[in-house]
Design a protein around this ligand. Structure first.
Ligand SMILES: C[S@@+](CC[C@H](N)C(=O)[O-])C[C@H]1O[C@@H](n2cnc3c(N)ncnc32)[C@H](O)[C@@H]1O
Length: 423
């Protein structure tokens, strides 16, 4: 299944859940079960200049990224390390990324398509989501030419059969937009006439269900508080990670290290949060775990088309409105189009939520929040142990998948005044 983890996960078909990844052997907390590289990576920034940031918003909105690997570029006034010689608009972190982009993500066709789209001003006034969808479709069209096998992988991902009206109307707009501005595809393209409307609908639906967001770096506000205004820098399609189903109390979580200098910086790494036996389904949470029941159900239905009946939802479905409202701490206001990633909304930790103190009797999953949720304000991240050492000894260092903070497991428990609890 994964580099160096081929025997850890099996792909299975589960009634009512579609394809799923299941533990092929007992798995340990911290164990890396998947490292996946994107078949498609595209910027989350609007194509034309966004409105100026409000005075209260994070300075990180001015951050620029390499248009190929999405590492941070040095801040202005430094000149971009390697601008595209044709358009000058796109910048790359060095000659290596410039050359790789020219052959893959920023081919002459992509360069011309994006330049014409910007010059046409047809996206002006459209929501950012439409800009990002246009970027995705141009990247997908290019993928069909430069890597037909990866395009087939994209097509093999799940989409929704019954398309929401807004997807269809977005697809109509984007279909005529791309038909009017994109240059002819290079010889050998399987879509010499461009994408049909039906294909655009299908691709947008696959993107919505399967794209992972690579977030802007975390910045701190002081007092250990995380700046909650972090947004997405790029979206990626990860063909194997797309098989993870959702659980509101996940047993694995994903990490990325986009700004690391090493190769594969845009890879997603999935690590076990705790031990699980062979045969257990391995699930991620598609959003921060501290959203309340109503918001989770609404989001899963609207964005992913299913009603969750995980153990946590079964318990919380019986809570009164007051009890559920109490935990409505992630201001989940929709419209972020983030897919399977962290929200930038305000978040609180499990102990701040008062779960451990107030709900222990009627909330058997309280241990999860105490033990596996980051306690930095506004972070909303999930903690997983570092990978076991080479002699298979488990690590007691927990890493947050959002803010990256490392702490010893017992520090976490002591900070919350809780006993270390076993499942
Ligand atoms: C990213 S895909 C996951 C892989 C997918 N099951 C497949 O067959 O390719 C997301 C979709 O999987 C299904 N899914 C994920 N988690 C689920 C769950 N807990 N219960 C039911 N369906 C789920 C939903 O159809 C959702 O839109």
């Amino acid at each position: 299944m994964a580099d160096g983890a081929a025997s850890l996960l099996n792909l299975a078909e589960i009634d009512g859940r579609g394809r799923a990844l299941v533990a092929a052997q007992p798995l340990r907390g911290g164990q890396i079960v998947l490292r996946d590289s994107p078949v498609l990576l595209y910027s989350a920034l609007p194509l034309t200049k966004p409105p100026p940031p409000s005075s209260s918003s994070s300075s990180s909105s001015a951050t620029c990224y390499c248009d190929h690997c999405f590492r941070i570029l040095p801040p202005s006034p430094s000149p971009p390390a390697a601008p595209c010689p044709a358009c000058g608009r796109h910048a790359f972190c060095g000659p290596g990324c410039l050359a790789a982009a020219a052959a893959t993500s920023h081919t002459p066709w992509v360069c011309q398509a994006l330049s014409r789209l910007v010059a046409s001003r047809l996206l002006d006034g459209q929501p950012v989501e439409r800009h990002v969808q246009a970027r995705f479709l141009i990247a997908a069209c290019n993928l069909a030419t430069v890597s037909p096998s990866n395009f087939q992988l994209l097509l093999s991902l799940q989409g929704r059969e019954a398309h929401a009206d807004d997807t269809v109307s977005a697809a109509r707009f984007l279909h005529s937009l791309l038909a009017s501005v994109c240059p002819p595809l290079p010889p050998g393209s399987p879509f010499p006439q461009g994408f049909s409307l039906e294909l655009i609908v299908a691709l947008l639906s696959k993107d919505k269900l399967n794209a992972f967001g690579l977030m802007e770096p975390v910045s701190s506000r002081g007092g250990g508080e995380v700046d909650g205004e972090r947004s997405v820098r790029a979206y990626g399609i990860y063909p194997r990670a797309s098989f993870f189903n959702h659980d509101c109390l996940p047993n694995a979580c994903r990490f990325d290290y986009v700004d690391s200098a090493s190769d594969g910086n845009a890879d997603i790494i999935v690590r076990m949060i705790h031990d699980v036996p062979q045969g257990r389904e391995i699930c991620l949470s598609y959003f921060p775990v501290n959203l309340n029941y109503a918001n989770r159900q609404r989001r899963l239905m609207e964005d992913y088309g299913f009603a969750c009946d995980c153990d946590r939802c079964k318990v919380e479905a019986n809570w009164s409105d007051d009890e559920n409202e109490h935990d409505d701490i992630g201001k989940d206001d929709d419209g972020d189009g983030e897919g399977m990633d962290e929200d930038a909304d305000e978040q609180m930790s499990g102990s701040e939520m008062g779960i451990a103190e107030e709900k222990e009797t009627d909330f058997p999953h309280a241990y999860f929040f105490v033990r596996y949720m980051c306690n930095r304000k506004n972070c909303g991240g999930t903690l997983a142990p570092l990978p076991p050492s080479s002699d298979d000894a488990p690590s007691d260092i927990m890493e947050c998948n959002v803010c990256g903070q490392l702490r010893r497991e017992d520090e976490e428990a002591e900070a919350d005044g809780e006993e270390d609890m076993d499942e």
